[in-house]
Design a binder for this molecule. Structure first.
Ligand code: TYD
Length: 132
């Protein structure tokens, strides 16, 4: 499966809400890294690459953004607008995050440590690699 939406489950009580991310519970992989994208300027698209080895979980913990997902055969657009829902992305998926709302914070969990060598940043090269 190249991508799926995961309902994270929420612990809520009179004080408010809490969401926990845990391997084999609501996160399908061992979490090695976390980063978040914020203060995104108007009209900017981020990502625009594929990763040979990394799986990701994307969560709009504040605000919203859209994610274009391309597996080399078909393209889907997902609207991320809730801290309750994560978008899981498998390896070798081209992704573009755009239409960030004001104050959007997109948190990303990754199955790998950062390694620039596993990035494919050229779309034609991605198509070549994924259709091999
Ligand atoms: P970049 O890959 O351009 O972000 P995007 O996913 O939006 O395309 O990353 C921006 C900078 O941050 C770049 O210099 C690499 C660095 N970076 C890390 O050092 N560690 C990380 O985990 C990530 C995602 C990026």
């Amino acid at each position: 499966m190249n991508y799926k939406l995961i309902d994270l489950g929420v612990f809520g009580d009179d004080r408010g809400k809490l969401i926990s991310l845990e391997k084999n519970n609501n996160c399908p992989f061992d979490i090695k890294r976390c980063f978040y994208i914020f203060d995104t300027k108007n009209g900017i698209a981020r990502g625009c690459h594929a990763n040979k080895n990394s799986e990701f979980l994307l969560i709009a913990i504040n605000g919203s953004c859209k994610v274009k997902i391309d597996d080399g055969k078909k393209t889907e657009i997902v609207n991320l607008n809730s801290p309750h829902t994560a978008l899981y992305l498998n390896r070798m998926v081209w992704k573009e995050m755009y239409d960030f709302s004001y104050n959007a914070i997109l948190m990303v969990l990754a199955s790998t440590l950062y390694d620039e060598k596993e990035y494919i940043r050229d779309y034609e090269m991605f198509l070549e690699e994924v259709n091999k």
